[in-house]
Design a protein. Structure first.
Lengths: 261, 233
């Protein structure tokens, strides 16, 4: 059973040593990694995915339950406790959604009934994150960007059911982010978001700050920031609403911004 | 001399994987010689010679199939690598036809497959996969976890004894276990044998008969309705 992951510090660009010596992710944590483009966010999750042992370019070490990870995690991909979804990740199979999920569920569940349940749960999960619901008979390649992201996250969380899920800038495709975080919190896993999105950053338990390849700080969301998160969400919702109106050919009015801006 | 024979379809990242392996082997004071076998164009030999200052060569198989060409030149290549005082010979081959495989007893057989090539690929590639020691899967960040898992599962299904390594060949992630496998592999002996049974060799096309239709050919013939595969021994 995985209970925690630990990151021991390494070096950033130009060989600068990291000042944050150690970070522990506990099961159930929702974590964000933030920093400007090129600050080393993706490299950090690559280190986690690889169970870096001091030999990666950053020199970081990743421990599981405070110890060096069992070689099985590395040697047998089927035992890999990490699911990774990046901004490049997509579905390539040209199959109906149902066929596709069945192929995946079958290798995770021994019974037909078990895999049927997994498929239904995955679909229900994904459909809470998207605007337009995903239909089981539609082709995978017909899914919209948002539907694809939603299904990727749902599939990794429910069918893969790995204890650790890494999500690299998945917010851009228009999924319900507040809902996503609420739903993910029901699953006791470690979720690590690489994100530029204020809502995800503020709704996480804590955020890791990156600069020039180094972890420079770990910030826990303060009471005030939790308050901010609510307001940021309102702002974000307002923008989403305005975007939708424009999409559907409606007109915007100043009234909608009253009291907000 | 340790021998590594690396096969895989075009654009899967064979060269990228080997580049990281060569670099890591050099860091352990194991010098590699590199031989590229391709049909009509390759430049990896020049790139590696520039990048690592190691002895490299290439052979164009031309009218031979690349795997056939590999069998012809491998003995010479081992002697060449030894004369160049290398400890490892890396052979990269195109592996074009899916009926045979270039691996030999006495050398580490490595197939490089890309996760992006579809979940059915493991079912299609035949002995290039099933006779390998290690299947290296590249481009793992590009496909969904679902496809990655199904891909992996299907490799285990058709080739249960093949070790699977998932790597990100762009960033060199997951390469260390490959290097460890090379180090752990015994040196290649004198008399090397091709690992698999070659496909039946009397090909009337290969000897120049161009007429279309099985009636014009002899040896192994196939009609549209005859779906029986002849699989060698």
């Amino acid at each position: 059973m995985i209970e925690s992951i630990t990151i021991l510090s390494g070096r950033g660009k130009q060989g600068i040593s990291e000042t944050v010596r150690r970070i522990d992710f506990k099961m159930g944590d929702v974590v964000s990694i933030v920093g400007p483009t090129g600050s080393g966010k993706t490299t950090l999750i690559n280190d986690i995915e690889l169970f870096a042992d001091g030999t990666t370019p950053t020199g970081r070490t990743v421990l599981i339950n405070g110890m060096q990870p069992s070689s099985e995690y590395r040697d047998n991909p089927a035992c890999n406790p990490i699911a990774l979804i990046t901004q490049h990740t997509t579905f390539l199979s040209d199959l109906p959604v149902h066929e596709f999920l069945k192929a995946h569920a079958r290798i995770r569940s021994n019974s037909d009934r078990g895999s049927q349940e997994l498929i239904q749960q995955t679909l229900d999960f994904a459909n809470q994150l998207t605007g337009e619901p995903i239909v089981l008979t539609s082709q995978m390649t017909e899914l919209s960007g948002g539907q694809t992201r939603a299904l990727l996250i749902a599939d990794a969380t429910i069918i893969c059911n790995t204890p650790i899920v890494l999500l690299d800038e998945v917010e851009n495709a228009g999924i319900h982010r507040t809902r996503a975080l609420e739903l993910l919190r029901q699953y006791k896993k470690i979720f690590v978001f690489v994100t530029h999105d204020p809502r995800i950053a503020l709704l996480s338990d804590y955020r890791i700050i990156m600069r020039q390849g180094c972890i420079t700080d770990v910030l826990y969301a303060s009471e005030e920031e939790r308050e901010c998160a609510v307001r940021v969400s309102h702002l974000d919702d307002l923008l989403t609403k305005m975007r939708d109106k424009l999409r559907y050919g409606e007109r915007l009015t100043i009234e909608e911004l009253e009291g907000v801006l | 001399m340790k021998l590594v024979v690396c096969a895989g379809p075009a654009t899967t990242g064979k060269t990228a994987v080997l580049r990281h392996m060569i670099r890591k082997l050099l860091a352990k004071n194991l010098r590699s010689a590199f031989l590229k076998i391709d049909v009509q164009y390759a430049e990896e030999d020049e790139i590696f010679a520039r990048e690592f200052e190691i002895p490299t060569r290439k052979v164009y198989s031309g009218e031979l199939c690349p795997d056939h060409c590999n069998v012809m030149v491998l003995g010479d290549a081992l002697r060449w690598a030894s004369d160049e005082s290398c400890q490892v010979l890396m052979v990269e081959t195109a592996g074009l036809c899916l009926r045979c495989s270039p691996y030999v007893d006495g050398g580490l057989g490595m197939v490089v497959l890309e996760a992006t090539s579809g979940m059915n690929l493991p079912l299609k590639v035949g002995p290039m996969l099933s006779l390998a020691d290690i299947a290296v899967i590249t481009k793992i960040d590009r496909v969904s976890q679902a496809e990655r898992e199904v891909f992996r599962y299907r490799i285990q299904d058709v080739a249960p004894q093949v070790r699977i390594r998932e790597v990100n060949a762009l960033y060199g992630i997951g390469i260390d276990p490959l290097v460890a496998s090379v180090e752990a592999f015994p040196d290649a002996g004198e008399n090397l044998l091709l690992r698999g049974n070659p496909p039946v060799g009397t090909c009337t096309i290969c000897v120049g008969k161009k007429e279309v239709g099985w009636q014009a050919h002899f040896g192994v013939v196939r009609a549209l309705d005859n779906q029986v595969f002849y699989r060698g021994e």
